[in-house]
Write a protein that binds this ligand. Structure first.
Ligand SMILES: Cc1cc2nc3c(=O)[nH]c(=O)nc-3n(C[C@H](O)[C@H](O)[C@H](O)COP(=O)(O)OP(=O)(O)OC[C@H]3O[C@@H](n4cnc5c(N)ncnc54)[C@H](O)[C@@H]3O)c2cc1C
Length: 573
């Protein structure tokens, strides 16, 4: 049978595209290799942080933001330098996305029932000059209810459409090939995988029990990035970030396997900016894992001391939460694939947020009482669980014990007590004045001029070696794979382009597989909270342009339908 449209991947981008198609009266086949328990893909696991510009939440906190400032920050971070080729569409998508984030994004989500935590986070602070990398102001808006609440409005609509027969949802259908006829993509072929009782996020069996083949007028690839395919991450690793790490942990479920990239290339699609990826440097091994090599990212406040594997403090601006890839490069230059935080209990209770819906039961469960308890003394329960059970954590009353614990953990004896003591004493001496030459201390104090940071995010500056600030804590930080910034090159309608820049008839892509739009709208670096937003925006764009491409009801029945077509080039439509 032939569908109006086929969507490959029921993550956020695929769900949004499906909703748009159904709302334009199209009949959709939605296939996913995972069981129905994983509907929503990575977004369900996400922290639900969204990049918004000049929002009411920002204004209430006294933050002056604007589209011009956000664009300045975006360009300073992206560093587009392939504009005649690989960046040509990514940069256009970036402009369209900034327009979306500064205008209708919040109202649209609000109309769908999405609400935001009132304190806006300041992610990826940069640490360079005004036109360099990083967010000049806080823009990370946490969804009230985290990732599941971003997925919900779209998953609910898709479920209703399934009941009403407008969507044929087929989990355990893995696409292995795109069917090409006369240079157009007209369908999908693949394997039906055996039933699986894997719970959300768990790996499911890849045993095939049959084959399938379906045709459709328009085909969307919304299959996510490559983060769980560590071999591919290493293969694509850019020389500018040093040698590919030997050991990495995984920030994404196993289904983020990147297979559809090669499959789409086989059908003529062009992959660009493969060397651009967004991996984190503050990964800790989950003591209670759901997927293979499961790692959690610490979203750190700025006060922890950051040391390399040999115990040398990283130079400015490699402070926690400043420049993800800059610090990754600095770590890779050391020749080791891990680094250390040293901090106090007073710092950890305010400054460690863990990314992911399951690591934030208060926000995910929308419990105001539990959220308010974050301001009470002591670390939040999920952080405490890592302190008690996490293999990367050492808690000690004295520096001697802490250093012994660090050396025991790695078995390397690389950390020298006197060297650590000297650096901590020097750092603590800078606390004796309200000004300092130590840029990290200046940054901590500057951050506290922002109400949100002073209230819940940045500890009052204090001496690390003063015992009244609680036990000392060391955390071994692993490299954690997460996002793919390059991918299928698409035009502003989300049409996949071929090697000579011509759209392949019938083929569309959105979300992480398309580098969140155009094959790389972030360029080299991201401002955070832009990934979910990229799926929302891109999913909507392709849903609308596919609906336009599919023969209208005039052709089929003689009854005119409202097309309401809008491309990324006209984001206000
Ligand atoms: C723990 C965590 C925290 C995060 N926090 C944030 C945050 O706060 N803010 C933010 O902006 N972003 C965040 N992200 C990133 C964001 O969630 C993802 O980038 C985004 O959800 C990707 O969505 P997607 O639809 O492109 O792909 P996915 O969610 O990966 O979905 C793709 C789907 O396609 C299916 N699929 C793949 N290949 C095939 C095939 N061959 N056949 C059939 N089906 C296939 C997969 O099974 C999957 O269901 C976070 C991610 C994680 C994991």
């Amino acid at each position: 049978m032939k569908y109006d449209a086929i969507v490959i991947g029921a993550g956020l981008a695929g769900l949004v595209a499906t909703v748009e198609l159904v709302e334009k009266g199209k009949r959709v086949l939605l296939v996913d290799q995972e069981p129905a328990s994983s509907l929503g893909g990575q977004a369900w696991w996400s922290f639900g942080g969204l990049f918004l510009i000049d929002s009411p939440e920002q204004r209430r906190l006294g933050i002056n933001d604007s589209k011009e400032l956000a664009w300045q920050d975006w360009l300073g971070s992206a560093g587009f330098d392939r504009e005649q080729d690989e960046d040509s569409w990514g940069r256009k998508w970036a402009e369209a996305y900034i327009e979306f984030a500064a205008s209708e994004k919040r109202d649209w989500l609000h109309s769908l029932g999405v609400r935001f935590f009132p304190v806006v986070g300041w992610a990826e602070r940069g640490g360079y000059l005004a036109d360099g990398h990083g967010n000049s102001v806080p823009r990370f808006h946490i969804t009230w209810g985290t990732g599941p609440e971003i997925v919900k409005p779209f998953a609910d609509k898709v479920r209703k459409a399934i009941e009403e027969g407008d969507v044929d949802y087929r989990p355990r259908h893995r696409v292995d090939e795109l069917i090409v006829k006369n240079d157009a993509v007209v369908g999908v072929k693949g394997a039906v995988l055996e039933d699986s009782d894997a719970q959300r996020g768990e790996s499911s069996s890849r045993v095939s029990i049959g084959e399938f083949s379906f045709e459709g007028d328009a085909i969307a690839v919304t299959s996510g990035g490559i983060g769980a395919n560590i071999e591919l991450v290493k293969k694509n690793w850019p020389a500018r970030l040093g040698k590919a790490p030997e050991r990495m942990i995984s920030g994404v479920p196993a289904h983020v396997d990147g297979r559809m990239l090669a499959i789409t290339k086989q059908a003529g699609g062009r992959i660009v900016n493969e060397d651009r990826m967004w991996h984190y440097t503050e990964g800790i091994k989950n003591w209670n894992p759901i997927w293979p090599l499961h790692g959690i990212r610490i979203l750190p406040g700025p006060s922890s001391i950051w040391l390399d594997a040999e115990g040398n403090r990283f130079p400015a601006p490699n402070f926690p939460g400043f420049d993800t890839l800059g610090t990754l490069q600095a770590i890779q230059e050391t020749g080791y694939d891990y680094s250390w935080f040293i901090l106090t209990e007073k710092m950890i209770e305010k400054e460690f947020a863990l990314s992911g819906s399951e690591q934030n039961p208060d926000l995910t469960g929308k419990s105001i009482r539990k959220v308010l308890s974050r301001v009470l003394p002591g670390p939040p329960a999920p952080v405490k669980a890592f302190m008690d059970h996490g293999e990367d954590f050492i808690v000690a009353d004295t520096l001697e014990e802490l250093v012994d614990g660090m050396n025991d953990l790695t078995g390397s004896g690389l950390i020298n007590l006197e060297k650590i003591k000297r650096q901590l004493i020097a750092r603590d001496r800078e606390m004796d004045n309200t000004f300092s030459k130590d840029l990290q201390i200046t940054a901590m104090r500057g951050a506290r001029n922002y109400k949100g940071d002073r209230f819940i995010r940045v500890a009052k500056p204090h001496k690390i070696l003063d015992p009244k600030n609680g036990p000392l804590i060391a955390v071994r930080l692993n490299l954690l794979t997460r996002k793919t910034l390059g991918g299928l090159q698409t035009d502003l309608d989300g049409r996949v382009l071929n090697d000579v820049g011509i759209p392949i008839s019938g083929l569309y892509a959105a979300g992480e597989v398309a580098g969140f739009g155009g094959g790389g709208m972030h360029g080299y670096r991201a401002l955070e909270g832009t990934f979910l937003g990229g799926c929302l925006f891109g999913g909507r764009v392709i849903g609308r342009s596919m609906a336009m491409f599919v023969p209208s009801e005039v052709d089929r029945t003689g009854v005119e339908q409202d097309k309401g077509y809008v491309s990324a080039g006209t984001p206000h439509g």
